[in-house]
Each structure stands twice: as C-alpha cells, then as structure tokens.
Design a protein around this ligand. Structure first.
Ligand code: SF4
Length: 387
C-alpha cells in the first residue's frame, strides 16, 4: 500500500484526534482534490496571524496503551497504519509541492515504548529538514517517557512541541489513562522543555498541551489551577481544552459528551490568566468549582466589581483597562495611546479605537460621566465573545 493510500485509511480516525478547526478554511477546490484526506488537514494561526494548512497525521495508529477515551487504544478493532520516516516525509513533500499543505502536525500512537516511538518522529522531522530542506512549520508531539536528549532534538527541529496532559492531576489522569504516569512521564517532560529554554540561549519552539474535558469528573478549578501553573512556571503558550466526545468501542463510549459551552468558558478563563493579569483566585467559580456557563468569566467579574464603581477610562492603568469587558490587550494599548492626544469623552471615541464600546459602557466613566448607552447600529454588531 502506498503512503497516500495509508493516509486515506487513517483519515477517518484522525477526526477523533481533537485539534482545533479541522478542515475549515481550506479553499473548496483544494478540498475537492483531497477527498477523504481533508480529515487530515487542520489549520493553525502563525504568530503573524496568517493561517496555514497542516497535514495532521500519526507516525502510527498502533498503540500499546489503553487510554479509555482514545480511538487508537490497544485492542480497538480498526485497521492500523504505520509509516516509515522515509515514506511519511516523502508523502508530506508530495502534498506540500501540490500546494495542499504548508506544514505538518505529527503525533503517534505508542508502539514499542515512548523513546522508540519518539525516535521515529524525530527521524521523520530530520528527513524533512535535512534531506528535503523543508523550512516550513513542524509541530512535533513529545511521547510520554521520551528522553531529555530526544526532547532537545525535537526542539531543534520543530516550531512547536506539545505533550498532552489530558487531565489536570494524577488522580484524574488515572481515570482516563490507567497506564500513564502524570508527573514522571508527562509533567517532567514539560519541565525539561522549560529548563532547556531557560538554560540554553536560542530560538526555541513554543509549547502547548491539551486536556480532555469532562469524563474524569474534574472541575474547572482543577483544570485552571494546572493551567495557571503551566503558563506561569513552565512557559506554555496555550492550553487546549477539548470537550469530550465519546468514541465507539471504548470504555467511555456511553459517557455523555461535554458541552462546548464549558470548553468556551475554560478558554475565556485561561486567557484571563494568560493575557489579562487575572489571578487564579479571582476567577468566578461556583461552589462545585466550576465556571458558571451562563456568562463569560470576565463579564461576571466586572458585574461584581466594576458595576458598583466604574473605571475612569482617562486615568485607568493598562492593568485596570484589561478588566473592562470589551477591552482586550490591543484595545488597552490604543486607549493609552489615544489619551496622549486628548481626553476620551464618548462611546464613539472608544468605538473608533476598535473597542466593543457598548459592552464596556456599564463599567466605565468617560471624563467623569457614565456614558449614554444608546445602542448604535455598529454596537448591535459587536461580537459578544470579546473578552
Ligand atoms: S497513548 Fe495516546 S494514542 Fe495511545 S491510547 Fe493513549 S491517547 Fe491514544
């Protein structure tokens, strides 16, 4: 079987590999040419904001582990596919030259222990970089149990490395993945990545992780507590939250799916920790340790603390501006810049700075006065999801 035929065989299973917005912004003509392969295409935003198409594939869909939620767990009945590093790299270059993909996101089932599997991923990336001189984007998974030298090698080859924690702590992970060891196999690898970044000068890849949300019964508080540690202590650029969706023929096949609203609230709260200067203790958890689903966490915080004492936009610090719903990091910078040229007096002044003015209105003073909150046509179109 040639490599493209293998990829086609793998394609339906990769839809279970939760990862962003699979297959969405690909041009229709390209999708038509891809057929089933479009399930293997995901899109990633680059630091410059450009979105690129990535081939999302596995070195092998065989796995010796038995994670309860996973389509690739050992013993599940489907046709497994493995690529040699040579054939995977060659097939990727074929797709890249045809203009179908610009980068690769390479993961794998564990076949022959973590270090051995990691070697195959490294070989594939090495062939792309050295033999084909591929300069584009590579995201490499770090396997549970990978060795420190392998992690350093992965960091020299990739633009991004990731290791999925899946759960926020050891006890929760035991319910999802009975044979993964939370601290030794997973967190320790993230620590090594950060140690390498801190101890060796260089331009190192960014690091991410992913949680499967729901089936281990974890609370949002547990997830976000770990997330805060990862952002502030281990230099992660992003934690992904993936709503659990049951996979047939797995132990969790009959577990109810997790709502996407919960996933959305977790993302909003994690951005507050990462980009908005919020401390973990400020997040509005309920008694069960979960974020209320009915409102975004920044809005709930502002309703409690800013509604009674609104913030004067003309004197607020950057940190204070970031607490206002509708003002993000860019909006706060624009406000600070605009204030050097004069006072901001009307909602229209905020709107011209790209701020969701109507959303901000209940929580601010403009030149000492609460702004009139007449709904304009443009405000009616403000995206409610702005944090
Ligand atoms: S180790 Fe990875 S591929 Fe294997 S069963 Fe667990 S989650 Fe799935």
């Amino acid at each position: 079987m040639d490599a493209l035929a293998k990829l086609e065989l793998l394609a339906p299973e990769t839809r279970y590999e939760p990862d962003g917005d699979v297959g969405q912004s690909c041009p229709p003509a390209a999708l038509a040419r891809m057929g089933r392969l479009q399930d293997c295409i995901t899109h990633a935003a680059m630091p410059n904001g450009r979105r690129i198409a990535l081939l999302k594939t596995l070195q092998t869909s065989a796995c010796e582990r038995d994670c309860n939620y996973c389509a690739f767990r050992q013993g599940r009945d489907f046709r497994r596919v493995s690529f040699s590093p040579d054939e995977l790299a060659g097939m990727f270059m074929q797709l890249q030259r045809a203009g179908l993909v610009e980068g690769m996101f390479l993961s794998s089932g564990i076949a022959g222990r973590g270090p051995r599997t990691q070697d195959r991923l490294l070989d594939t990336a090495e062939i792309l970089r050295r033999r084909y001189h591929f300069q584009g984007y590579i995201h490499l998974k770090i396997m549970p149990g990978a060795e420190k030298e392998q992690i350093l090698a992965a960091m020299r080859l990739a633009d991004r490395v990731s290791i999925n924690l899946e759960a926020p702590n050891e006890a929760r992970l035991a319910q999802l993945s009975p044979h993964k060891v939370f601290m030794d196999e997973l967190v320790q690898r993230l620590r090594w990545i950060e140690q390498i970044r801190q101890s060796m000068p260089g331009r190192w890849p960014s690091t991410t992780t992913q949680f499967v949300v729901g089936p281990a019964g974890e609370s949002d508080r547990e997830l976000l507590h770990t997330t805060e540690y990862l952002y502030h202590k281990l230099g992660l650029v992003r934690a992904y939250f993936s709503s659990f969706s049951p996979v047939p023929d797995t132990p969790l096949a009959h577990h109810p799916p997790t709502s996407h609203r919960r996933e959305q609230r977790l993302y909003q709260a994690s951005f507050l920790l990462r980009d908005y200067g919020f401390a973990f203790r400020e997040l509005p958890f309920d008694d069960a340790g979960n974020l209320p689903l009915q409102g975004d966490p920044k809005l709930l915080w502002a309703e409690r603390y800013l509604l009674p004492s609104p913030l004067e936009i003309n004197t607020a610090t950057r940190e204070q501006l970031l607490r206002v719903p509708g003002i993000g990091p860019q909006g706060a910078e624009r406000v600070l810049q605009a204030r050097r040229e004069g006072r901001l007096r009307h909602l229209g002044d905020l709107r011209r700075l790209g701020i969701a003015a109507q959303r901000a209105a209940p929580f601010v003073l403009l030149d000492g006065r609460r702004p009139a909150r007449q709904l304009s046509f443009w405000d009616a179109l403000d995206p409610v999801s702005a944090v």
